[in-house]
Design a binder for this molecule. Structure first.
Ligand code: DGY
Length: 318
């Protein structure tokens, strides 16, 4: 008997996923548009595999007559109604741990790129304006010895902090709860949000998107930051107010910003953030290394199969 799996993706998913699913006797029903498809028999759906970020609502889960599992390719499950899944007794699996290093590496790539004008420098070096070496051109912010503020010191934030030790940085962090073992390991100090923003030269957003973190960084918070500061968002777009960010960047408040995430994602091609030179922008590449994608594929398919066969889901978030 094959398992009937609703696979949510408006692109062709990473090839190892479809290979693993095919080898596991999964019959795939594609959900390619924003709305779930109309032409499938939901009463026979055993599992939902979420590769993109379309909302998985309670209504949809209720509609799937035989649903046993929702498996997400990725750690952030803000697009899945986890309370709804709990109420229905449907396990939700995700892929924690395996993507921490890649996402922390990318956080640093963004902080360094924004702080040291890497993208602007690349454009300048290729353009007609670069005729002579000029030691006063494109001056950035010193990373070594600066203060780093990590908002969200979970698994990924911890890895961001570990990398900061190599830059001799002073580390502040802000979290829902204090993390005393990380304080001991990293020499990090817990700070209130306002204090962290006022004192940090570099700020990394590494928290999950929850009702508490939605709009966490708005105009007031950006105004607290040093005019020379750099902020990078490797969490989810709605953690900051991107319109307020644009105003702050245009006003010359902040040295620069960088983001891997936006809302909506992607932004409309005429969105003003796309024209902002002091913003480094990536297309959601946090965990995008081949090694990490392979590990995420394996983990998410393992979660799916465990749920389908009634076993404990190894990485269960709800
Ligand atoms: C994650 O793991 O949450 C990534 O952002 C991909 O969704």
């Amino acid at each position: 008997m094959s398992w009937q799996v609703l696979i949510q993706s408006d692109v062709v998913p990473y090839e190892p996923i479809t290979r693993l699913l095919a080898a596991s006797d999964c019959c795939l029903h594609w959900w390619r548009d924003a709305e779930p498809p109309q032409d499938i028999d939901y009463s026979c759906i055993d599992g939902i595999y979420s590769y993109g970020h379309f909302p998985v609502t309670r209504l949809l889960m209720e509609r799937c007559g035989r649903l046993k599992i929702v498996s997400n390719f990725g750690v952030g499950c803000d697009h899945i109604d986890q309370n709804g899944a709990r109420a229905l007794g449907i396990p939700v699996g995700n892929t924690p741990g395996v993507l921490d290093a890649a996402t922390a590496d990318l956080t640093w790539a963004l902080l360094l790129a924004a702080g040291r004008n890497i993208v602007a420098g690349d454009h300048f070096a290729r353009g007609p304006g670069f005729q002579k070496y000029d030691a006063a051109v494109l001056l950035g912010q010193q990373v070594t010895g600066a203060t780093l503020g990590i908002i969200g010191l979970g698994r990924i934030g911890y890895q961001v902090g570990r990398r900061a030790i190599g830059f001799d940085m002073k580390i502040l962090y802000h979290n829902r709860t204090r993390n005393e073992s990380a304080e001991a390991d990293l020499g990090a100090r817990y700070a209130g949000l306002d204090e962290l923003l006022q004192q940090s030269d570099f700020v990394a957003l590494n928290c999950p998107l929850t009702p508490e973190t939605t709009g966490l960084i708005g105009a007031r918070e950006l105004a607290l930051m040093k005019p020379t500061a750099v902020i990078a968002n490797v969490a989810r777009g709605p953690v900051w107010d991107q319109e307020a960010l644009l105003v702050a960047l245009r006003a010359g408040h902040l040295h620069a910003a960088a983001t891997d995430v936006t809302y909506p994602e992607p932004l409309p091609r005429d969105h003003p953030l796309l024209a902002e030179e002091r913003l480094v922008l990536l297309p959601h590449l946090g965990s995008a290394t081949r090694q990490t994608r392979d590990a995420m594929s394996q983990m998410s398919v393992t979660n799916l199969l465990a749920g389908l066969t009634g076993q404990d889901v190894p990485h269960r978030i709800a």
